[in-house]
Design a protein around this ligand. Sequence first.
Ligand code: SF4
Length: 184
Amino acid sequence: MKRLLLHTCCAPCICSIHQCLIKAKEYEITGFWYNPNIHPFGEYQRRMMTLGYYSQETNLPVIWEREYFLGEWMEVIKDKYKNKEERCLSCYRLRLESTAKMAKKEKFDSFSTTLLYSKFQMHEKIKEIGQKLAHIYNIEFYYQDFRIGWKEGIKLSKKLNLYRQQYCGCIFSEKERFDAAAEK
Ligand code: SF4
């Protein structure tokens, strides 16, 4: 079976993808934790621990990037933070590039990301970035529109009693989320 390194932004987002890939029996899945975009640090730890719990419950192997790398994230968005789209594209690229490099280093056949599950992310742009990196690093980017499992993922994450966060990750997204909630 081929080996797939799956960048994992959080446990609730991997649930349905993981089950779907297990059923397809085409790839052996390993998660990859690299998310310096999650702020503040307490929130980062909480999401990391939730993935740890999920990996134990489901026997999902995970490669953990233990360092936080907050400075690296700030470096890539420093000229872009005023424009949400540019900020998010840089953020996707940083995380996907780390995944492609790790996949190459650890001799995986393919890499992908749970960001493809979210209805709130720029899906086509994520696909485009993944395909470009696949070309640069000479490794397959596994693409599937995982948004199809959106409802199933919510059901599974609730069933497993996983912590479900209220905002994407960075401090900007936290403000955007609660500003919008306040406006409503
Ligand atoms: S909103 Fe999400 S994708 Fe965009 S920069 Fe913040 S953490 Fe990254």
